[in-house]
Design a protein around this ligand. Structure first.
Ligand code: PMV
Length: 351
């Protein structure tokens, strides 16, 4: 019979976790990765990280012995962030006291696409390592597993908490949303057919690394003159969005989605240490898109994450018209475009 130690040596799991795009934005945090306001996002499908995690015998006496590879090469910088994440959260992974961990990670999107990869990366890392912990303890991977993975992913990158579920996910305590929590995200399941099969075309306006990291951005909400109003607005909007998604009110969705994008960037522009992440191409794409919507009466809208890239959201029913417009009318505004859509959440790739 295999001993526990031998069992641990055979462990190798691979998980794929998608990225997500927030409709109501999380911007500002306190304590240990607690959001200052609740947020709600759409889980994507084609933009994902795959993580293979494997255990072996330790060869050093480090508290956490981690070898982190990104697309085949050692990635020191992100590896150190992940090692710290493992060390800070070692109660989730009792095996790290005895075992070395090798992580091989890759993204479906080009490294230089300017797409934030921390949500999908911390999502996949959390799922893979928690899966190992559950298997070693003989625990079943049910709903509680995803909730715990969401909690763990949050501790790595707040937005990662929302990548655990299909389609729409909400994170952050909200008086008007049942079961909402600061610790983990929940799935929003009551979705009108209007919002099923949403598409997201990501216009890569710039593919350089961000000038200001999102952790610095979050911290600038600490002494921000508009912080309290912003947190209140975002909490109200999250609850309102749950109703919009239920009732199928596309007009209200478009209004909220675009206002949230501009409000996020307005917060950056009005921080004490102000900064600007939008580029001329961002503005041109937004203006052209608004014009296209008005002229053609097509329900298409934009959102932004903490960068210059434009996410164009539209129902699948309008993909032919919108994609023709993106390929033609918007062509001068972006370097490349990634066509993505609503996804089904994470998947395990081996048994
Ligand atoms: O998860 P973080 O710490 O990288 O923050 C993400 C913040 C935004 O992407 C701008 C908004 C959000 O809710 O995802």
């Amino acid at each position: 019979m295999e001993t526990d130690k031998e069992l641990m040596n055979n462990v190798k799991v691979t998980w794929r976790c998608p990225s997500n795009i927030a409709i109501v934005k999380y911007w500002g945090k306190k304590g240990i990765q607690i959001p200052c306001n609740s947020s709600l996002s759409l889980t994507l499908s084609n933009s994902f990280t795959e993580v293979e995690a494997e255990l072996s015998d330790k060869t050093t006496d480090e508290a956490v012995q981690l070898s982190y590879f990104f697309e085949g090469a050692v990635n020191e910088k992100f590896g150190q962030r992940v090692a710290k994440f493992l060390e800070d959260n070692r109660e989730f992974f009792p095996f790290i006291a005895e075992k070395a961990i090798t992580i091989n990670s890759s993204n479906s999107f080009p490294h230089s696409a300017g797409i934030a990869s921390s949500a999908s990366a911390f999502g996949a890392i959390s799922l893979a390592l928690l899966d190992i912990a559950y298997s070693l303890e003989g625990k079943e991977k049910d709903e509680a597993f995803y909730r715990e993975a969401s909690n763990l992913a949050r501790l790595g990158s707040g937005s990662a908490s929302r990548s655990m579920y299909p389609a729409f996910a909400q994170w952050g305590e909200n008086d008007n949303i049942q079961n909402s929590s600061n610790q983990y995200a929940i799935e929003i399941t009551d979705i009108h057919p209007t919002f099923r099969n949403m598409k997201d075309a990501i216009l890569i306006i710039e593919d350089e690394p961000k000038k200001v990291s999102s952790s610095v951005g979050h911290s600038l909400m600490n002494n921000h003159p508009y912080a309290e109003n912003r947190f209140k607005q975002a909490n109200e909007r999250t609850a309102e969005l749950v109703n919009i998604l239920k009732n199928g009110d596309m007009e209200a969705f478009i209004h909220m989605c675009e206002s949230e994008a501009l409000t996020l960037h307005a917060m950056m522009m009005t921080s004490m240490d102000y900064y600007l992440l939008v580029k001329p191409g961002t503005i041109t794409a937004i203006e052209k898109l608004m014009e296209f919507r008005k002229e053609n009466n097509i329900p298409v809208c934009f959102t932004l994450d903490a960068g210059p890239n434009v996410h164009v959201l539209y129902p699948k029913a309008y993909e032919a018209q919108v994609e023709a417009f993106i390929n033609d009318g918007l062509r001068d505004t972006y370097k490349k475009v990634i066509f993505d859509q609503e996804g089904n959440g994470p998947t395990k790739l081996n048994s």
